[in-house]
Each structure stands twice: as structure tokens, then as C-alpha cells.
Design a protein around this ligand. Structure first.
Ligand code: AMP
Length: 629
């Protein structure tokens, strides 16, 4: 009888062994943790039955760190020690946080080269990574309590536009919280996974995500289980809160109409009225009218009724505002509405019927809404985590990203030559040949830039390096191949190689480091509004660079061979050179090009004389047989 085999302790590979894996939606306002149980992705709740964990961390006077609802309740009482929306500061420097005036925190820059922000709290300086780690730790504990064991790993979601530094900071936070990060997953991709689009669908999908404070739209292409982010866009200052604010303003107007001597609201009343506004908004999702009733601290009674129709009118411009980034993303991905196979709604604010209608009308199809839009990202992350730890044998999804802005280098005259266009799918590698500007040039300075504008001065400089040891050749004869490579993590390497000698230089840069979403948006906006101006600037610079090169080569030739022509011919050329120099100073590209033509024309006899001289030199001392090869 064959002997039965027994494995070493702890090495058993029982096929039914289920590893504990979770998906975490680390959100700006709320965070969630989900797992797959009995084949179903489910959000895990705390002891009070809450699924959402407010992303708020409080450093309490007794030294305790409080996370979630309890911390949120202290936000206005203890603002500098109660940190909300820390996600906005991940991987950022002070410089990147544009709208600091409205943020109550005391920021300090660390002394590393990256100058990342830190927050001064009563528990000392805290980095956004440490603060996020507290949120992740709370979710980890929740999961371990609910699942009764240690977690094998977690998939954590990040916005699709998160750059390398923000992704790295998220990973660091997870590590600090003792989590094994299986993968960072783009939020829109997680939403698509939650709807099972990876299993049986091929095609292009739009993920429309309207949360409390932000709007993101992403276009994903799914092919054989491969997710590719074709384009992302959004508005970091547009969300459900703006709808609350519209109701709040409407209520104030109504109250002012009825009560004379109405004084401005204090902070407490503002908060009360905003909460009432939010409740009314949420109520109107399923009802025709909402009653807003409360008593302000000065005794004024508020009692107004808002109908769903009025609410739609009040907020129509906000709904319309989401369509502009949507259109831009469609344009970036070069798609037509008819190319879109499905639309997924994410974020609590997409529950509003007017939002659903607008999306439906724009895309001419009913969006997918049957999963809870607050939970869909965490649910998708859990499905992915479950697959990655091997609980599901059928998939290991490959996820691709895009470059948010074009990458290129500086050419003569401060112009940008784009090598990798924006929205290229990662990883990507592109090469282009360049040449020298001057005779005998042996070195070249390569400046790597990011942005959509035509002039280096309007783009962001990422790095500069030099290629030395180019063999001396005539201007324009050397071939220098410059290769840009961006790997799957968004890391850019640039190499320059002179083709005949093989001399090479290279550099590695993180192209997106330190760029906020707003900055990317601003750079793109500038590129659209500056397009015409850029075209002129580019034409002018190109004409000037061309003129400079011609002047230089003719001056050099005159120095060497000037005695081949008459003084009068020489003077005529010199006159045209001076004229071209003067024209180049002015700002008319056409005039410069005409002056170049005139100069070229004036050198025809000289060129002929040089040609004859060099032929005569080549033939000197040779007989006819030598020449008839
Ligand atoms: P999120 O950031 O995805 O959690 O979305 C939060 C936003 O969704 C807040 O502005 C909420 O007021 C809003 N929201 C939640 N539920 C509803 C609802 N039933 N109707 C309208 N808005 C909602």
C-alpha cells in the first residue's frame, strides 16, 4: 500500500485554506474596509454597526489617538489637534498645498530634500503618513476583530491621478500600520472590479465619482482582464457639500425675507443649518419635498419647505459643472459617446436623481447604480485582494496607468519637444534623434520638462543632465538618440546616446513628484488658453534659431574661404547678415524667414565658388583613371 504523505507543520497546503485579505478605501472624508466572505464582497462594520469610518484623527490631551466618529465630533472644538482630510496632504510639500488659508492646521516642512509637510499637534509633529497610518490601523483592527485572525494582506485604493509621491506615501502609511500591501489600486478600477466588469466585459467604461468634496471622472479600457486608464479628469473642489451650500444659501434668503434685522450666523448656527441642508438634500433623493426646521441661537425659527423641483433648479449649474471635466476626459481619450459601453456611478452624491439624469442624458445610457456608491470602491478592492492572495485562482489583474502631462526636452531657443504625450499608457518608451547646433560641439545639455506648453519657460523643469564626449563634427551631423522610458510605477528615465561613438548619459526622475491635481489642471488649462500664443512664439523662436545657425555657418565659411569671392560679393553677403540679425531682433517670424531667404540668395555665388574650390582640391594630383571608379 502506498504511504500517505504528511507535510511539515505549518507547511500544509490545504486547498480550502482561506487567507484573510481586505480591500481598503482610504478616502478623504470616509474610509472603509471590505472583504470577500462566502464569495460575496462585504463592507465590515464596527461594534456600533458603522461601515463608514470618518477619516478624522484626534490627538487627545490624555495622549490617546482617537479615530473616526468620536474624533469627528471634536473637529470644531479642537481643530489643530483633530486632523480631517489628511489624504490631501499625502506626499505633498507645503508649496503644493495651495489653499492653506482655510485650513486650521499648523504646517511645518520636514528638512528632507522632498520638503514634505508635517502637522504640529499636541502629540508633537505628525506626518500625513503617520496620521493616515492611524486610520489604516483602525480599519485593520476592525477587520481582524470581524474576521478573527491576522490579515495576509490588503489592497488599498488611491485616486487614478495620484502621483508617485502620493502613492509611495500611501504605501508607507500602510506599512506603518502593519499592513502588507498587496497592491495599490486605482479607485475607478476598483469600482469597475466591484461591478465584475473584468469578468465578462470588454470595452470602454466611464467611472463618474461625485463624493462629498471632490469630483473625479476616469475612462477605463478593459481588454481580457487588463485595465487601462485612458484618461482622468475632475474638479477637486466640487462635490455633495456644494449642493448643501446651495440649500443653505436658499434657506438664509428665505429667513431674511421674513425676519427683519437678521444678523449673520455664528459658527454653531452655520454648522446646524449646513447639517439640515445636507439632510434635506439626502431626503429629496427619494421624496418630493423636504421640511427644514430648526431654531437658531438668537431665537429665530427656521421653517421652510424645499421641493425637489426647486432643489434641481438651485443646483443645476453644479450638475452641469461636472460635465466639463467629463467632456475633457472624453476628448483626451479621443472618444465619442457611442464608444462608451457602460457608466459606473461612485460617491454618495451620485444618488441625487438630477445627477443620474445628467449622466444618463450625456452618455445616452442608464448608468450602473445597483451597488452602494459609497461602498463600491472598497468592495472592488476586496475582490482584488481576495484574488491576489490566491483565494481565487482565476485572475491576477494587470493594471495600467497613464502619464498625466506630456514629457519632453528643451531644444534650441527654449522650445519644448514633446517625447511622450500626455495620457500615454504606462509603461511607455519613446526615442527621438537630436543633433548638435554648432560645428565641433562636444557636449549637450539636456533639460527634461513636463507640461503642455510650447516654451520651456511655461513648463515644469524636472531634471537637467549633460552628455559629454560627442566627437567633434559639423553642426547637424551628430546623431544623439534620446530615449524616455516611464515604468509602471511612473518613474521616468531619460538616456542620451551619441550613435557613432556610443557615449551615453542618463538620469532617473520622478515626473509627477510634487504636482498637485490642481497644478496639473492649471497646466492643462494654460496650455489650452495659451495655444495660439504658443504657436506664434514657437514659429518666431524656430525662425530665430534657424537664422542664428545660418549666420553662424556663413560667417565661419567667410572666415575660411572669404578670399574666393570679390570684395563686393563679400560685402553684399555681410550686408544681408546684418539685415537678418536686425530682423531677428524684431518679433516677426515671416520677416525673419524672408531675410534668411535673401541671405541664402546672396551666398549663391560664394557657395558655387566653394564647391569649385573643394572639387579642385579633391581632384588635385589625380589622373582620369583614379576618378573613373
Ligand atoms: P462620499 O464622499 O462618497 O461618501 O459622498 C458623500 C456625499 O454624498 C455627501 O455630500 C452626502 O451628503 C452625499 N449623499 C449621501 N447620501 C445621499 C443621498 N441619499 N442623496 C444625496 N446625496 C447623498
Amino acid at each position: 500500500m502506498a504511504l500517505l504523505q504528511i507535510s511539515e507543520p505549518g507547511q500544509s497546503a490545504a486547498p480550502h485554506q482561506h487567507k484573510l485579505a481586505v480591500g481598503i478605501d482610504l478616502g478623504t472624508t470616509n474610509s472603509l474596509v471590505a472583504t470577500v466572505r462566502s464569495g460575496m464582497s462585504t463592507v465590515l462594520q464596527d461594534a456600533h454597526g458603522h461601515g463608514l469610518l470618518p477619516s478624522v484623527v484626534r490627538y487627545a490631551p490624555d495622549g490617546k489617538v482617537i479615530v473616526g466618529h468620536e474624533a469627528q465630533a471634536q473637529l470644531s472644538a479642537d481643530p489643530t489637534n483633530t486632523i480631517a482630510s489628511v489624504k490631501r496632504f499625502m506626499g505633498r510639500s507645503l508649496h503644493d498645498i495651495a489653499d492653506r488659508a482655510h485650513i486650521p492646521y499648523r504646517f511645518v516642512e520636514d528638512d528632507s530634500a522632498k520638503k514634505q509637510v508635517q502637522l504640529q499637534t499636541r502629540a508633537g509633529l505628525k506626518t500625513p503618513v503617520e496620521i493616515s497610518a492611524e486610520i489604516l490601523n483602525a480599519l485593520k483592527k476592525r477587520a481582524e476583530n470581524a474576521l478573527g485572525g491576522e490579515l495576509t494582506g490588503a489592497v488599498i485604493t488611491v485616486p487614478a491621478y495620484f502621483d508617485d509621491a502620493q502613492r509611495q506615501a500611501t504605501k508607507d502609511a500602510a506599512r506603518l500600520a502593519g499592513l502588507n500591501v498587496l497592491r495599490l489600486l486605482n479607485e475607478p478600477t476598483a469600482a469597475a472590479v466591484a461591478y465584475g466588469l473584468d469578468n465578462n466585459a470588454e470595452g470602454i467604461f466611464v467611472i463618474y465619482d461625485l463624493g462629498g468634496g471632490t469630483f473625479d471622472v476616469s475612462i477605463l479600457k478593459l481588454t481580457k482582464g487588463v485595465f487601462e486608464v485612458l484618461a482622468t479628469n475632475g474638479d477637486s473642489a466640487l462635490g455633495g457639500d456644494d449642493f448643501d451650500h446651495r440649500i443653505y444659501c436658499w434657506v438664509l434668503d428665505k429667513v431674511r425675507e421674513t425676519s427683519k434685522n437678521f444678523s449673520p450666523l455664528n459658527e454653531e448656527d452655520t454648522r446646524l443649518l449646513l447639517t439640515k441642508a445636507r439632510q434635506a438634500k439626502e431626503w429629496l433623493t427619494d421624496n418630493f419635498e423636504a421640511q427644514i426646521v430648526c431654531k437658531l441661537s438668537n431665537g429665530t425659527m427656521v421653517d421652510v419647505t424645499l421641493t425637489a423641483t426647486q432643489f434641481v433648479e438651485l443646483t443645476q449649474h453644479l450638475v452641469t459643472k461636472t460635465l466639463s471635466p467629463t467632456r475633457k476626459a472624453m476628448r483626451d481619450a479621443q472618444l465619442d459617446i457611442t464608444d462608451i459601453k457602460g457608466v459606473v456611478l461612485v460617491g454618495g452624491a451620485t444618488r441625487m436623481p438630477q445627477v443620474r439624469h445628467a449622466v444618463e442624458e450625456y452618455f445616452q445610457q442608464t448608468p450602473l447604480t445597483n451597488l452602494d456608491p459609497d461602498k463600491v470602491v472598497a468592495l472592488g478592492a476586496a475582490i482584488q485582494a481576495n484574488a491576489l492572495v490566491g483565494n481565487r485562482s482565476d485572475s491576477d489583474l494587470l493594471l495600467l496607468d497613464v502619464t498625466p502631462l506630456s514629457l519632453g526636452l528643451e531644444t534650441m531657443g527654449g522650445l519644448v519637444e514633446k517625447i511622450i504625450p500626455r495620457n500615454s499608457t504606462l509603461p511607455v518608451a519613446r526615442a527621438q534623434d537630436f543633433t548638435t547646433y554648432k560645428d565641433g560641439q562636444t557636449a549637450m545639455s539636456i533639460q527634461v520638462v513636463q507640461g503642455e506648453r510650447e516654451l520651456v519657460a511655461d513648463c515644469r523643469s524636472l531634471a537637467r543632465f549633460e552628455l559629454r564626449g560627442i566627437p567633434p563634427m559639423a553642426a547637424g551631423a551628430a546623431r544623439i538618440r534620446v530615449t524616455f522610458t516611464v515604468d509602471a510605477d511612473g518613474l521616468l528615465s531619460v538616456s542620451a546616446r551619441e550613435q557613432t561613438s556610443g557615449v551615453e548619459a542618463n538620469i532617473v526622475v520622478k515626473p509627477s513628484y510634487g504636482l498637485s491635481e490642481d497644478e496639473i489642471t492649471r497646466m492643462l488649462k494654460d496650455s489650452f488658453s495659451g495655444a495660439e500664443q504658443d504657436k506664434h512664439a514657437r514659429m518666431l523662436t524656430e525662425a530665430r534659431v534657424n537664422a542664428g545657425a545660418i549666420i553662424q555657418s556663413i560667417t565661419q565659411a567667410l572666415k575660411v574661404d572669404g578670399d574666393l569671392i570679390s570684395t563686393a560679393d563679400k560685402q553684399a553677403i555681410e550686408t544681408e547678415i546684418e539685415r537678418l540679425k536686425a530682423t531677428s531682433q524684431a518679433g516677426d517670424a515671416d520677416a525673419i524667414n524672408k531675410a534668411v531667404d535673401a541671405l541664402n540668395h546672396s551666398t549663391e555665388a560664394f557657395a558655387q565658388a566653394r564647391m569649385n574650390a573643394s572639387v579642385a582640391k579633391a581632384l588635385a594630383g589625380k589622373n582620369l583613371e583614379d576618378i573613373q571608379l
